[in-house]
Design a binder for this molecule. Structure first.
Ligand SMILES: Nc1nc2c(c(=O)[nH]1)N[C@H]1C(S)=C(S)[C@@H](COP(=O)(O)OP(=O)(O)OC[C@H]3O[C@@H](n4cnc5c(=O)[nH]c(N)nc54)[C@H](O)[C@@H]3O)O[C@H]1N2
Ligand SMILES: Nc1nc2c(c(=O)[nH]1)N[C@H]1C(S)=C(S)[C@@H](COP(=O)(O)OP(=O)(O)OC[C@H]3O[C@@H](n4cnc5c(=O)[nH]c(N)nc54)[C@H](O)[C@@H]3O)O[C@H]1N2
Ligand code: SF4
Ligand code: SF4
Ligand code: SF4
Ligand code: FES
Ligand SMILES: [Mo]
Length: 667
């Protein structure tokens, strides 16, 4: 610990702490602009200058490490006048005629800094020239005239997202934020995650959807969980008078620490499907508005005769984006009460069933938490594409690559990470097991660890055999083995390319590889299955992970919520004699239905979700639903009521009943 004195107050802080943090801990308030707590300190704006006894010039506190017995003054006349001078310079450098800016009036960190310093004008005459505005991006606009060159966006794009799209060209007053080598942002390598927009302190990044729609103090902010995929990122839903304006990453969320992908931040704003606002019942071939009573009694009339009819009974399918509360009620209603032999999730267990069965076989979880990915120095990515799904997990991998981390991609097809990979292995489809065991054998050999076979393993690998069946040279396979063996914190990530395979052999081989790496480097090696939709894992824990193979079922109930349907499913449902669907939006499948129940969307309903690492999180209601629309849970409850069935309301305990691929835990 180091002792420092800040404005006369003694404080002890760990070595390496920056003066800014120490001062804030001591209760001093130092204004900052280029500083962002999640980014590497840059020391560019000079707003945070402080006086340090014994040093002649003022020092930027955000980059200055503390020294033993350092004496710091944060609020002297010299400091205050320096701040004003710095602000005057920044304001005069570009067009900060604030009345035209959507952030003016409370949301701009630059303007707010000036008000705190009690500045009402800037004494230096502005001498700026006009800068261009880049409006090529579909989600946001960059107005270089408002840019204060703080480089927060550049650092966020690189350090948090790992995309390295943004940089600065030229110097001094001519400095210009550029994308790639100076091409329009909309044509660049930008992945539209919007992290740069969220970190920009001024109005330089303009969010197309929410600019000029209101200041922060006029808006409602509801912390919640993204339901875009199983990563389960923490979000803040920003709304005004019950209209969704934008979605921001929650800096305090343990999963993503503020970072979001395009699917989480922007895609929900594109929603343009036709909303279903009243129950519908088919009469004379046409769907007509009906009461909840009529709709539920028709469902009751059709379902009661099918009760406990194993062969021809009712089949039921639920979206794996529904909250756990609704999924568990669905399970009890269709399996427990109606005795359906085919009640499952819309994913048909593709991302979850085989890991779940392995967990039962070996009586316990075998996967690890997402955090491992953030510190991985080697990632072995097999059967998953983290550029099309689970993108934030992909960001965790990409941002470590410039720090020397390696990436091995195993995918018979094209993979979005091929271009970033140290090694991209393209095995013949169906040969993953040989590949993994071959690499394992090579590591055993190189580590001279032949005798330390992990317990219970039956799969013996061979590098030569692997080369033969996979079609990949022994040299490349050996290179992969070498990268893994050299790593201190390797992580194995697998996806649907592996879980969709019927056998659990590849999974077992991956567990064995992980165990071997643990033994050889004495560290804990990560193993992460990416799962699928937001509540994949919960659905699987409730047993809703079977293939949806319709036989002669006479009725199907589809709890779709706001999910999408694909052609495969529509084809299978087309011949069913009675189809009931609970859905938020009209779609080809609601057009096919005999009864439709209108339900809330992701941001209207509250409920719990289990993310890919087993973290149980609660999503909150941010938007009031339209009148007459109820939650997925309430709709299922109405059907239970109609059938006279009283379900168990404790959804939590049953989640933990079966061993899962990863240990479930509460946030
Ligand atoms: N044989 C086989 N069956 C499977 C699977 C498999 O891999 N193979 N996978 C299983 C899994 S994991 C799942 S999740 C299900 C469904 O798995 P997929 O077939 O992958 O379903 P989606 O891609 O969700 O398809 C939804 C449909 O909605 C349309 N759509 C329109 N706008 C949008 C939009 O903004 N977002 C999305 N997502 N779709 C939109 C898309 O064109 C698409 O046809 O199938 C399951 N069944
Ligand atoms: N943004 C966003 N995120 C999503 C989704 C979304 O729609 N949007 N959908 C979610 C859902 S429902 C799911 S199920 C997941 C799916 O996410 P992933 O598990 O990543 O699955 P895919 O995107 O289908 O990618 C599978 C990869 O495996 C490869 N592959 C196919 N067969 C094999 C094989 O035999 N061996 C190996 N090694 N590789 C193989 C394919 O070429 C492909 O690149 O994503 C989820 N995340
Ligand atoms: S949207 Fe994301 S990828 Fe694109 S420039 Fe901004 S931070 Fe980088
Ligand atoms: S665009 Fe915004 S975040 Fe980026 S350097 Fe300019 S002011 Fe800073
Ligand atoms: S990674 Fe998944 S949970 Fe995170 S923001 Fe993207 S879609 Fe949402
Ligand atoms: S906040 Fe320290 S120099 Fe910008
Ligand atoms: Mo999925």
């Amino acid at each position: 610990m180091v002792k420092v004195t800040i404005d006369g107050k003694d404080i002890e802080v760990p070595e390496g702490t920056k003066v800014l943090q120490a001062a804030r801990l001591a209760g001093a308030s130092i204004p900052t602009l280029c500083h962002h707590p999640l980014l590497t300190p840059y020391g560019g704006c000079r707003m945070c200058l402080v006086e340090v006894e014994g040093i002649r010039t003022l020092q930027p506190s955000c980059t200055l490490p503390v020294n033993q017995n350092m004496i710091v003054h944060t609020d002297t006349e010299k400091v205050r006048s320096a701040r004003k001078f710095v602000l005057s310079l920044i304001f005069s450098e570009r067009n900060h005629f604030c009345m035209y800016c959507q952030k003016s009036g409370g949301d701009c960190e630059l303007q707010n800094c000036a008000y705190v310093q009690e500045m009402t004008h800037w004494p230096i005459a502005p001498n700026w020239k006009p800068f261009p505005v880049d409006a090529s991006h579909p989600r946001f606009v960059v107005d270089h005239n408002r840019c204060i060159l703080c480089r927060r966006c550049v650092r966020a794009c690189g350090e948090l997202v790992g995309n390295f799209t943004l940089a600065f060209e030229d110097r001094g007053a001519n400095s210009l934020l550029i994308a790639d080598l100076g091409i329009p942002l909309g044509e660049s390598s930008c992945n539209s995650c919007g992290t740069c927009v969220q970190v920009c302190p001024t109005g330089a990044f303009i969010d197309r959807a929410s600019a000029y729609m209101g200041h922060d103090d006029q808006l409602d902010c509801t912390p919640s969980i993204c339901s875009g995929c199983s990563v389960g990122c923490g979000i803040n839903v920003i709304s005004r008078e019950n209209h969704l304006l934008r979605i921001e990453g929650n800096w305090d969320a343990p999963v993503n620490q503020g970072v979001l992908c395009e699917v989480g931040r922007f895609q929900p704003l594109d929603e343009n499907r036709e909303r279903i606002l009243t129950p519908l019942v088919r009469k004379n071939g046409e769907l007509k508005a009906a009461t909840w009573e009529d709709a539920c009694s028709l469902i009751k009339e059709k379902l009661i005769p099918l009760k406990n009819d194993a062969g021809d009974g009712v089949a039921a399918l639920a979206s794996t984006r529904l909250p756990a509360e609704a999924l568990y009620l669905f399970k009890q209603l269709f399996v427990g009460h109606l005795g359906s032999s085919l009640a499952t999730g819309i994913e048909e267990g593709m991302p979850t069933a085989s890991p779940a069965s392995l967990a039962v076989q070996i009586s316990g979880p075998f996967e690890t938490h997402l955090d491992g990915l953030k510190s991985a120095d080697c990632t072995f990515l097999i059967g998953a594409d983290l550029t099309t799904g689970h993108q934030v997990a992909g960001f965790f991998i990409k941002r470590n690559l410039p720090k020397g981390a390696s990436l091995i991609v195993v995918d018979p097809g094209p993979n979005g990470f091929d271009q970033h990979a140290s090694l991209s292995l393209k095995p013949v489809k169906g040969t993953d097991c040989d590949l993994v065991t071959g690499i394992t054998a090579a590591i055993l050999k190189s580590k001279a660890m032949k005798e330390v076979q992990p317990a219970g393993s039956t799969i013996i690998g061979d590098l030569e055999l692997a080369a033969k069946t996979t079609g990949i040279s022994t040299r490349l396979l050996q290179a992969a083995a070498d990268l893994l063996a050299a790593a201190q914190n390797p992580v194995i990530v697998y996806g649907k390319g592996i879980t969709a395979q019927k056998s659990t052999d590849v999974l077992k081989a991956l567990v064995k590889l992980r165990d071997l790496l643990d033994l050889s480097n004495g560290n804990h090696t990560g193993l992460i299955g990416v799962k699928g939709e937001a509540n994949s894992l919960a659905a699987s824990q409730y047993g809703l992970n079977l293939p949806f193979e319709l036989n002669s079922q006479r009725a199907v109930f589809l709890a779709l919520g706001d999910d999408y349907v694909n052609q495969r499913l529509i084809k299978r449902l087309a011949g069913v004699s009675f189809l009931a669907v609970q859905a938020s939006y009209r779609s080809p499948v609601t057009d096919l239905a005999d009864v439709v129940l209108p339900v809330e969307t992701w941001n209207e309903q509250e409920g719990h979700f289990v993310n890919l690492e087993g973290r149980l999180q609660k999503a909150n209601r941010a938007i009031e639903p339209p009148e007459g629309v109820i939650s997925n849970l309430q709709a299922l409850q109405l059907i239970c009521d109609a059938l006279g069935f009283q379900p168990d309301r404790d959804w939590k305990e049953p989640l933990f009943r079966q061993p899962a691929a990863v240990e479930l835990f509460e946030n």
